[in-house]
Design a protein around this ligand. Structure first.
Ligand code: MIC
Ligand code: SF4
Length: 640
């Protein structure tokens, strides 16, 4: 059988299961990564497993999300992460080293390996031919314990690239075009595998940008082959000895093929409030912008900064525009300094931000009321920037830089030729800013912000509940568990739980707690694609803390579905989609024979208020059913 690259790498990591689309499989995890916002909970969970040290090949802990440090909470979290890393054999990357996905690509990702990360943009490393998957913190904790990762053998979508990008068009425009085609829903348990002649025209940083935003489509991962461009990148990083060539077999069978001629791609833009609202930049030309931000794990490589600086060279950003640039890593920042790019940007009026997630997660640079913000990051969900009324548009660095000069959205197509940009033969690399474990132990520091990992309980056989909230389609984890100025409560579940669904319904949390006090459970009802976006398991842990027992939806996204199961919340899907309309917020709900229903996968929801019965299907694998009966994954794996 002619194999896809996906099949080859999965085969070499297969622990159990059959490699057939839709089948449950377990794979060995070589590398893991965590970041601080999901990492504290992840290491608390790892500690709860009672292991002395991590068991997988390479584990890295990054501090890149909560670097603002307003109040003591963030610093306390970082100290916990630093000391727990030393004790458990994890490499620690300080705040300032950069955004986890950029740094992982530069320093650790290797062709043919598997990586599990507690961040949804972990697939960025697919740009170097690694199977890189985003997951909840608990799944990553288990991978660090040496346990295999459970996944569904995916539908492999081949994206066949031909041709070459036109002047002024970039990798960001390619992925926005792919997102326009596949949309941001309906791709659960699929992967994107890029192949064809056009692949060799794209560098590893460009491939990484493309893999990064596959996450917006909801695919498990995206992957490129390992070829001469991969070798070129590894040489620049001084890691050429890690190169191996990897490619799908000639004539490999894909479940679906999408052909894309790179020369037909134009500058694209995602309109508020979804990365899926894609249009041509040309159609928006002339729209006045108030803020331009360049950076994030999607577009903060040296090459991205180089292009931005060259476009800005000799110009001053429009005085009405607030322009800021965040290099993706210490490596990128240092090279941009040494090669005069930062100097050019500063001369053009740009503010230089820390190498961190920062603006992308609403930690700072919130735009003004009703303003237009043009950004190179990957998500523009309503309110994620910290300003609900702002309109955030997603574009390439080329579009962003040119628009910053003009003060309005401007199409860079045909204007810039970056086909042969000056990239240093050797990238700056200094591993001394990582802390490598040396086998020595130290005291694990736990400030008052560090709570205990939450405990979930086995479900009762009857659920007496209130339909606490009914929401529509495409509810993101940013709606469920806001980040930005609430991020600092990530290690404190009791405190963070006060903000569940804050952007949608500020009284949700207190209503749930009242129901809980009356001995009732809470149920959430949602439309399509519930739980889009991030991997934050807090979007399951905090609702669990508030007594949420089930989410009933038209569909649920992959990482969030896994997080719900991990924390004992039942992910239920309407058997008949029309039933979604029949039930209302506030209805009294009864679910009987819960244990038997988990085993069979068929539930009946009795709406006592409406006096109707609604059939539901449990969206869970056999392994997840087992953990749901026990009330969550931690109860299943205690003492591994
Ligand atoms: C995001 O981009 O939404 C985040 C913040 O990186 C999240 C992780 C988190 O919520 O901590 C993600 O993508 O998984
Ligand atoms: Fe950080 Fe934004 Fe990337 Fe998430 S999407 S990892 S917040 S830069």
């Amino acid at each position: 059988m002619k194999s896809t690259l996906t099949r080859k790498i999965i085969e070499s990591h297969l622990v159990s299961g059959e490699m057939k689309k839709g089948q449950e499989i377990k794979i060995r995890v070589d590398h893991t990564l965590t970041q601080d916002a999901t990492g504290t909970m992840c290491y608390l969970e790892f500690e709860a497993l009672g292991l002395d040290s991590v068991k997988n090949e390479l584990a890295v802990s990054y501090v890149d999300h909560n670097t603002v440090q307003v109040g003591y909470e963030n610093f306390d979290d970082h100290e916990y992460l630093r000391t727990v890393a030393k004790n458990k054999g994890v490499i620690f990357s300080h705040a300032g080293n950069g955004i986890c996905h950029q740094v992982q690509l530069e320093s650790f990702s290797r062709p043919g390996k598997t990586l599990l990360g507690s961040d949804s943009h972990t697939p960025t490393s697919g740009g170097i031919a690694e199977i890189a998957i985003g997951a909840g913190g608990l799944d990553v904790a288990l991978a660090m314990a040496g346990l295999p990762f459970n996944m569904i053998y995916p539908k492999v979508v081949g994206i066949k690239l031909s041709g070459r990008l036109n002047k002024g068009v970039s990798a960001k425009d390619v992925i926005l075009t792919v997102i326009e085609h596949f949309t941001v829903k309906g791709n659960v348990n699929s992967v994107f595998e890029y192949f064809g002649d056009g692949v060799k025209t794209l560098s590893v940083p460009e491939r990484a940008t493309i893999c990064n935003m596959g996450a917006e489509c909801g695919v498990t991962f995206s992957i490129f082959p390992s070829d001469e461009r991969t070798l070129e990148f590894l040489k620049r990083e001084g890691r050429e000895d890690e190169y191996i060539p990897l490619a799908p077999d000639e004539g490999a069978q894909y479940d679906e093929i999408f052909s894309l001629d790179l020369s037909s791609v134009h500058p694209m833009i995602a309109l508020p409030h979804s990365p899926g609202n894609v249009r041509r930049v040309k159609d928006l030309e002339g729209l006045k912008v108030d803020q331009v931000l360049i950076g994030s794990c999607t577009n903060s490589s040296y090459e991205d900064l180089y292009k931005s600086a060259k476009i800005l060279e000799g110009h001053i950003a429009c005085p009405d525009v607030s322009l800021a640039i965040a290099p993706g890593s210490r490596q990128v920042f240092k090279m941009a300094l040494d090669n005069g790019l930062i100097s050019q940007m500063v001369s053009s009026g740009a503010r230089i931000l820390e190498s961190a997630c920062g603006f992308c997660i609403g930690n700072h640079q919130s735009p003004g009321t009703d303003s237009v913000s043009l950004r190179t990051n990957n998500r523009n969900f309503e309110g994620r920037s910290g300003t609900k009324s702002a309109k955030v548009y997603l574009v390439s660095p080329e579009t962003a830089a040119l628009s910053a000069i003009n003060g309005y959205i401007s199409d860079p197509e045909g204007k810039y030729d970056f086909s042969s940009i000056e990239v240093p033969e050797r990238y700056y690399s200094d591993m001394s800013t990582f802390i490598f474990p040396d086998g020595e132990k130290c005291e694990i520091k736990r400030g008052p912000n560090i709570g205990n990992p939450p405990i979930s309980h086995a479900p009762d056989d009857e659920i007496d509940a209130v339909l606490a909230l009914k929401v529509g389609d495409k509810i993101t984890t940013d709606h469920i568990m806001p980040a930005g100025n609430r991020l600092k409560y990530r290690s404190n579940i009791k405190e963070y739980s006060k903000y569940v669904f804050e952007p949608v319904d500020e009284t949700f949390s207190s209503r749930c707690l009242e129901n809980k006090q009356k001995g009732k459970k809470n149920i959430i009802v949602a439309g399509l694609s519930y739980g889009q976006g991030s991997s934050r398991e807090h979007a399951a842990i905090c609702p669990m803390y508030l007594g949420v027992q089930a989410v009933v939806a038209l569909s649920i996204e992959r990482i969030h579905q896994a997080n719900l199961c991990n924390f004992g919340i039942l992910p239920l899907i309407f058997k008949n989609s029309g039933d979604y309309e029949k039930i209302e917020q506030g209805d009294e709900i009864l679910v009987k024979s819960v244990h038997e229903s988990i085993r069979s996968g068929n539930f009946t929801l009795i709406d006592k208020t409406k006096n109707i019965e609604i059939p539901l299907v449990l969206f869970a694998s056999e392994d997840q059913k087992e953990m749901l009966l026990l009330g969550g994954r931690l109860n299943m794996v205690k003492g591994v």
